[in-house]
Design a protein around this ligand. Structure first.
Ligand SMILES: [Zn+2]
Length: 882
């Protein structure tokens, strides 16, 4: 699954990104005892499902037959079912004897138990169930998405089953370890396209303008990977080897999926080679759906990837360079899952990172490899930084964590699982070498194909391929939470050799006096001016080594290590004076570490500000981008202190404006993606800093477009609208509102509604909140609108959502509910929010579902603890430099 990360247009106004964090506890299950919430008396082998959706009325009826194996004598068969109404359940034995069940539903545990009068002895059986269910309006189970067309409203149906929602459509052993094959059929309108994991086997006519579609049987797989889609769709295909690759969109949008289709061919070719196992299904579709989810952007259903339109379609009216990169990397992520996750699946959600950490790493690797001109390799530092922001707080958790409930499984889809997972794989790959890593991955997949695994299964194969110990290092980073801090204790130069001493402690920001954990940390060092890099493993907290040459010493050269780097004043000054000689990725790494260490007082803010102040205009766009982001964060932290905020804004404008002038508002032909992205970011940040010239220019272009005297280049469209929306007064808000209502492209329409919620005017913010829960916007955008208001007004958004909790809950997908309100509150700087949030958790969340609320409280506490102290230091720096 690809998580939904809020778009940059919104993010820029958020300053510091609110991040989910989690409590820390760990008990590993032994491989023989796979966690299950079902009795171990029976298991499924094959499902035959016939579904008859009634899209108009939001219901469906179905008949499912499961071929099962009963493993122990029993009177009952229990499986997962949620919101299903059973008519008839029967069990058939081999000799065709049948018996009917009495049915007990447990809504809390999401199970149905079928009780039989005669004891069932171990053996093979057929379980047949006739039942009815609901079609939802949010992405969980079988759900509907409505959208406008020139001919009126249309409704399409899709499914979303990860992590535990297959049970909303199919009574099933809905846990990843219960793999089985599936044969799906559906009775659907004759003029609609039905899509599932496998190609269509047969189509038959039925009555009343309907057809019966039967799909080929899937390979053995987990229930969360099943997919069904239905609507007025179009499909385009291409072929690679024996695989048919397809994109499916609503009628009229197919051309916009061209880039995704072409890319899928390049990606498949690479993966077939990398994994050493050819993609095993006859076809692989990628289906674009209008709308969005608070939880995810795309889902890796085997053979039928589901992606919300904004992650798959290139809309020429608004798409930017960043959108194109996102389309490619999302696709690369979901396609990596076809092997890592679908062919080999984690046994239980404890090891979710095997899916998500790996797919995230592969997505980055593939994007960098097939599109080196985008220079996305540099994003590694940014992603590691996002992981570390979560990992530096005491509410973090190890990558491998024990999950006991469905709710906890949903909460496991977080920055630690995705981004720390990715960073650790990058580090371990660098440690054993690319070839050994790939060979290990190949044998892991070959050995466990169609099966389930735990993390250790991967280490065994990599270690074998590398002929080098890896498990201890890997365990240190996956079974322990937190971040090592590597310090360069001393450098002594003798006879053109640098004698170096390193030590390891722990980097955290809210537990000063904690005894540091120890890790075995692979560290790469470099003496500047010498291309040679030296690798060492810091063990037991210390290391000593000798490097050729003398000069500034860089820790974590190439930035593959997962740790923060710290230097004494002299060593830091040596490095920062040579800043422009560092590789770009090391410039980004040094800035990230310096900023993080300054935040909790371990380094001076001046160290960061001095580098930012001296950064030459010729520096890499990604470095400028990082400086812009930090300035935005500082600016947000000055909220409610207008004079001090303005003082900082003046400095930031003076520093950033010349860079925007240099790259100009007009995109050059074939310009580098990083420049296009930086332009967008500079415009948004300067607008946020209230730079009158930037705001005026955006308004001038917007007016000219409205009066048809000029056209905005499409790639600037959204950014200009964002500036207009951010500064909107009552009148211009209404104008945008009219535009949103009139728009017929679902993707642009959703964007416009979202923009109505980002404004800094508090009356407009209140209007946006009311609009969000009205019937007007599409049902999947409402939650996103309230979240957008929360960027500027976290307290108001939280209060509003709490006051309208019943309505708001229906607008958030099932899997995101327990984290939704805590995330709204997370940006608050008001001490009273801590109690409000604790009360909310107490009243509305079960004890197992309070991690997100605890994490949000920790974030607010941290902000209150550090804000004033840190802002004073920035004030002092400004006073000395302006
Ligand atoms: Zn994923």
């Amino acid at each position: 699954m690809h998580r939904h990360l809020i778009s940059l247009a919104i993010l820029a106004y958020a300053g510091v990104t609110a991040l989910p964090v989690h409590a820390n506890h760990l008990t590993l299950t032994t491989p023989s005892e796979v966690t299950t919430q079902l009795p171990r008396t029976a298991k499924p082998v094959h499902y035959e499902v016939l579904i008859v959706p009634d899209a108009k009325n939001g219901t469906f009826s179905a008949k499912t037959t499961i071929y099962i194996e009963v493993l122990q004598k029993t009177m009952d068969i229990t499986l997962n079912a949620a919101d299903l109404e059973f008519n008839r359940v029967s069990l058939f034995s081999d000799n065709a004897k049948s018996q009917h069940a009495s049915i007990i539903i447990n809504p809390e545990r999401q199970t149905a138990s079928f009780h039989f009068a005669r004891q069932i002895i171990p053996g093979k059986y057929k379980l047949t169930m006739e039942y009815k269910g609901k079609i939802g309006s949010q992405a969980a189970g079988l759900f509907a998405l409505d959208y406008d067309t020139k001919e009126g409203k249309q409704r399409a149906l899709f499914t979303q089953f990860e992590n535990s929602e297959a049970r909303r459509m199919i009574p099933s052993w809905d846990e990843p370890n219960y793999k089985a094959s599936f044969q799906l059929s559906a009775i659907v309108p004759a003029d609609h396209m039905a899509v599932s994991n496998m190609p269509i086997n047969s189509v038959g006519k039925t009555v009343n303008g309907k057809k019966r579609v039967s799909f080929a049987t899937t390979p053995t797989m987990s229930s969360y990977l099943l997919f069904f889609g239905l609507g007025d769709f179009e499909r385009a295909t291409t072929k690679l080897d024996n695989t048919e690759l397809g994109v499916i969109t609503k009628r009229g949008s197919l051309e916009q999926a061209r880039f995704a289709l072409d890319s899928s061919k390049d990606i498949l070719r690479e993966y077939n080679d990398y994994f050493g196992i050819k993609y095993p299904l006859p076809k692989l579709d990628n289906i674009a759906a209008p709308g969005q989810s608070q939880f995810f952007e795309a889902m890796e259903n085997w053979g039928s990837i589901f992606t919300f339109e904004f992650g798959l379609l290139n809309n020429p009216a608004i798409s930017t360079a960043r959108d194109q990169e996102n389309i490619f990397s999302t696709e690369a992520h979901e396609m990596a899952h076809q092997w890592f996750g679908n062919l080999v699946t984690m046994q239980w959600w404890d090891d979710l990172w095997l899916n998500e950490g790996f797919a995230s790493w592969m997505e980055s690797r593939m994007t960098d490899r097939l599109h080196p001109e985008w220079n996305t390799g540099l994003s590694a530092v940014e992603k590691r930084n996002l992981a570390m922001r979560t990992d530096a707080i005491s509410t973090t958790h190890p990558i491998v964590q024990h999950v006991s409930t469905v709710e906890q499984a949903s909460q496991a889809f977080d920055n630690i699982t995705y981004m720390k997972g990715e960073a650790i794989i990058r580090m371990l790959e660098a440690y054993v070498g690319e070839d050994a890593w790939r060979n290990g991955v190949r044998s892991y997949l070959a050995k466990h194909a169609y099966g389930n695994t735990v993390t250790t299964d991967l280490w065994v194969e990599i270690e074998q391929a590398a002929q080098k110990p890896l498990t201890d290092i890997a365990n240190d980073f996956t079974l322990q939470p937190g971040i090592p801090l590597i310090r360069l204790d001393s450098v002594v130069c003798e006879n053109q050799q640098s004698q170096i001493t390193l030590s390891q402690s722990e980097f955290n920001i809210d537990t000063e006096n904690k005894k540091p954990l120890t890790w075995r940390v692979p560290v790469t060092l470099q003496v500047l001016g010498n291309d040679q890099k030296t690798k060492v493993v810091v063990e037991g907290g210390k290391a000593q080594l000798q490097l050729d040459g003398c000069g500034p010493v860089l820790l974590n050269a190439g930035q593959s290590g997962y740790f923060r780097s710290s230097y004494d004043t002299q060593a830091f000054n040596n490095l920062s004076h040579s800043f422009t000689q560092l590789a770009t990725i090391d410039q980004l790494g040094l800035l990230a570490d310096t900023w993080a260490l300054a935040f909790n007082g371990h380094q001076s803010f001046s160290d960061f500000m001095d580098i930012a102040d001296a950064l030459p205009l010729s520096a890499d766009p990604k470095v400028w981008s990082q400086i812009t982001q930090v300035f935005s964060e500082i600016h947000t932290n000055y909220a409610n202190q207008p004079e001090r905020q303005q003082q900082f804004a003046q400095y930031a404008i003076k520093r950033l404006k010349p860079k925007l002038d240099l790259i100009s508002w007009t995109p050059a032909e074939n310009e580098h993606h990083a420049i296009a992205e930086l332009r967008e970011q500079l415009i948004l940040s300067l607008s946020e800093f209230n730079d009158t010239e930037t705001i005026a220019e955006a308004h001038r272009l917007y007016d000219a477009q409205n009066k048809h005297v000029a056209t905005i280049p499409p790639e600037l469209n959204m950014v200009i609208l964002s500036v207009v929306a951010y500064h909107a007064n009552s009148e211009s808000w209404e104008e945008l509102h009219r535009q949103a209502m009139a728009e017929t492209s679902p993707m642009i329409k959703d964007h416009l509604y979202q923009l109505l919620a980002i404004g800094k005017d508090q009356f407009n913010a209140q209007k946006a909140l009311k609009l969000a829960i009205s019937d007007e916007p599409n049902k999947t955008i409402s939650a996103g609108m309230i979240s957008a208001v929360a960027k500027a007004y976290p307290d108001a958004a939280f209060d509003f959502a709490l006051a309208n909790l019943d309505t708001v809950s229906t607008l958030v997908d099932e899997t995101s509910r327990s984290r939704y309100l805590p995330q709204l509150a997370m940006g608050s700087s008001d001490p009273t929010m801590i109690n409000k949030l604790a009360d909310y958790a107490q009243q509305h969340l079960t004890p197992e579902s309070r991690k997100e609320a605890d994490a949000a409280i920790a974030q607010i506490n941290l902000r209150l603890l550090y804000r004033e102290r840190n802002l004073k230091k920035i004030d002092a720096w400004l006073a000395a430099h302006t």
